[in-house]
Design a protein around this ligand. Structure first.
Ligand code: FEO
Ligand code: CA
Ligand code: CA
Ligand code: CA
Length: 654
């Protein structure tokens, strides 16, 4: 990472009183906020990457117990071809699959798509969104970089004439080398410069920050597994250089202004067979490799296990990218462990060390925490550049008495020894799942989004579902057999110490329809029939300390509603009251909710619009169940990012 103006500009501090004079209440609140900042310096309060004195002050402005803290007219739940947002708000389509990112990108033509075009255009299936204010911007919440993950591809919706391609049903019959190249170019991420002018957001054309990252972008491997023989391949005998990032799901922003993108379902990119007695066979089986979702191995040796058994060990990591330097080389941070990383929530602990929470999105998988060895040095980008290469990775064990123990995954400690196949810390991080199993981590119902409230320090964990959990596998933290609708856990560090060995935890909410007793949902009775949801996935805490939950998996058949963004009360008598704010078109999920520092804009990604899901009718490029967002006969549905703002201005839901 190179030094930029970022460190001097304190890009995470929004300028106070944007565009108007402060009220006396704000002046008082701002003073209170400054005291909170002092507390941070004294090590009393932990502060997430996005918190600011003004944000802390604003928290005090929002009434806590007298009615919901979220003020907006609730949206009606339902299913149709369009997106909907609460009355009084606009949801503007900012960027769509195929829109230009790099200079010279050709106009999007879905009937004549090429890999060369896709490499310069916005990728497919956006997931994580991170907003970084532009250093020196007059209004930090109106000019910044938006970093976007492109998680996966739907060939049946991207390419004319194709049905869903997979290994089992059609043996990738219609896939070609050219189509595979387009898929590989549509994965990864985009860096966009975005500006809000006259109330409307737009992507800045020709920005010097614009970048596309895809499955062929050169990257470095850093941390304890760098250079290890298990990461060496025919193409890279050093084990330190890898091409691309894949299935980038959620992510995070560091306090020093870098983007963490998380490799989730990487196993799907691999095919081919490994001999049962191959040294990597057990490891690959634990990660579901090969997943056979894509035909890439047919044309690229590295994705064929029979030809390249080690390539799969070079995916499943968190990748750190400097979005302010488009020429920088992304680095895979192996100290944070290898698993199906859903996301990476970063905060600075009260002692200055950096803490990263990350869920492993698989049935019966685990929740992890990384604590850096060295503290974060505000303003010193060089000192912070490799903070994530050195620290302690731990995994969570939830106990019925409400304690949560973070069990360190350190080579040589407990069972993590050569006798169990761990010769070094490299083996521990490469096989983090097996290490976690051995130390006794709790097997969870698919851990997805994690976010902390910077005021209370409570950490919210989304567990999306696990319909396979059997009655005899139920435990306190995963209390429902056949958990179809998911739940949310609240984790509380002692005295705001996110590096502590022991937290407390409780279930905040069991999701699902509260009107069906057998579901066992625990929404607050104040929740309306539109306000309940199922399958929590991404989440965000705004700068007023309010939790927003985005879902993945609701449908006409399962819940009588599409996915959406729900506000969720976390405190007071209305705790666990949900309220619907935004919903997406049929077949889609909502990802990446991200607020600007002033909470006036909420960016959301609408992922896989028109996907077949649990409907009986296959939805394809030629006959999709929605043509959102263009609704043109010659356009398939296009995964897109929306900017949601309040008509006439103002903070969202106040
Ligand atoms: Fe990519 Fe677990 O969602
Ligand atoms: Ca997704
Ligand atoms: Ca997710
Ligand atoms: Ca999901």
């Amino acid at each position: 990472m190179t030094e930029t103006a970022f460190s001097r500009a304190q890009a995470f501090e929004p300028p106070e009183h944007v565009g108007r004079n402060p009220t006396i209440g704000e002046v008082i609140a701002a003073r209170r906020g400054r005291r909170d900042v002092l507390k941070v310096a004294l090590g009393v309060a932990a502060v997430a990457a996005t918190v600011s004195p003004l944000a802390l002050a604003r928290a005090a402005e929002v009434p806590a117990a007298n009615g919901m803290r979220f003020r907006f007219p609730e949206l009606a739940a339902g299913v149709d071809e369009r997106h909907h947002v609460a009355e009084g708000y606009d949801a503007h389509v900012l960027v769509r699959w195929g829109d230009p990112v790099l200079p010279g990108a050709p106009r999007f033509d879905p009937f004549a798509q090429t890999a060369a075009a896709q490499k310069r255009q916005f990728g497919y299936n956006s997931d994580y969104l991170g907003y970084l204010p532009m250093p020196g911007a007059a209004n930090a919440s109106a000019h910044g970089l938006l970093v976007v993950n492109h998680e996966y591809t739907n060939e049946e919706l991207m390419f004319p004439g194709l049905v869903r391609q997979d290994a089992k049903a059609v043996a990738f019959a219609d896939m070609t080398r050219d189509l595979v190249a387009i898929e590989m170019a549509a994965h990864g991420g985009s860096v966009l410069e975005v500006k809000r002018e006259n109330g409307e957001w737009r992507v800045v054309a020709g920005s010097r920050y614009a970048r596309r990252i895809d499955a062929d972008t050169p990257m470095e491997i850093a941390g304890p597994a760098a250079g290890h023989p298990r990461l060496r391949t025919a193409a890279d005998p050093t084990g330190r250089k890898v091409l691309g990032t894949l299935n980038t799901c959620a992510g995070g922003i560091t306090p020093w202004g870098t983007w963490l993108t998380c490799e989730e379902s990487f196993h799907g990119c691999f095919s081919g067979k490994l001999a049962d007695d191959h040294p990597e066979a057990r490891n690959h089986e634990r990660y579901g490799v090969p997943g056979n979702w894509y035909a890439w191995g047919k044309w690229h040796d590295r994705f064929d296990l029979a030809r390249e058994p080690n390539e799969a060990n070079r995916f499943g990591w968190i990748v750190e990218i400097d979005p302010f330097d488009p020429a920088s080389t992304p680095r895979k941070r192996t100290a944070l462990g290898r698993f199906k990383h859903e996301g990476a929530f970063v905060l600075v602990n009260r002692d200055g060390r950096v803490v990263v929470y990350s869920g492993d999105d698989g049935r019966y998988e685990h929740v992890y925490r990384f604590v850096s060895r060295r503290p974060y040095m505000p303003g010193d980008r060089v000192a912070n550049a490799d903070l994530l290469d050195d620290g302690i990775l731990s995994v969570a064990r939830f106990t019925a008495d409400g304690t949560l123990d973070w069990l360190p995954l350190v080579h040589g400690a407990g069972p993590l020894t050569a006798a169990n196949g761990f010769a070094s810390q490299a083996d521990v991080v490469i096989e983090a799942r097996r290490a976690a199993d051995l130390v006794g981590a709790t097997k969870m119902d698919r851990p997805e989004g994690i976010a902390a409230d910077p005021r209370t320090q409570k950490v919210y964990l989304m567990l999306t579902n696990n319909s396979r959990r059997k009655p005899d596998e139920v435990d306190a933290a995963n209390p429902r057999a056949g958990n179809a609708f998911g739940h949310i856990i609240e984790m509380t560090p002692p005295e705001a110490d996110h590096a502590a060995a022991r937290f407390h935890w409780e279930i905040l909410l069991r999701c699902g329809d509260p009107a069906i007793a057998a579901v066992g949902a625990t929404f607050n009775p104040a929740t309306t029939r539109d306000g309940w949801f199922a399958m929590p996935d991404s989440c965000a805490v705004d700068h007023m300390g309010r939790l927003w939950v985005a879902t993945d998996g609701n449908s006409a058949k399962r819940t009588g509603r599409t996915d959406g963004v729900w506000a969720l009360e976390t405190e007071g008598p209305l705790r666990a009251t949900g309220k619907l704010f935004f919903r997406c078109p049929v077949g889609a999920e909502v990802c990446g909710p991200a607020f600007t520092p002033d909470d006036e804009t909420l960016f959301v990604a609408v992922q896989h619009p028109g996907e077949t899901g649990d409907s009986n009718r296959p939805s394809t490029f030629d006959d999709p169940n929605t043509r959102w967002p263009d609704f043109r006969a010659d356009m398939p549905p296009r995964p897109s990012v929306l900017a949601i703002t309040r008509r006439g201005g103002g903070r969202i839901a106040t």
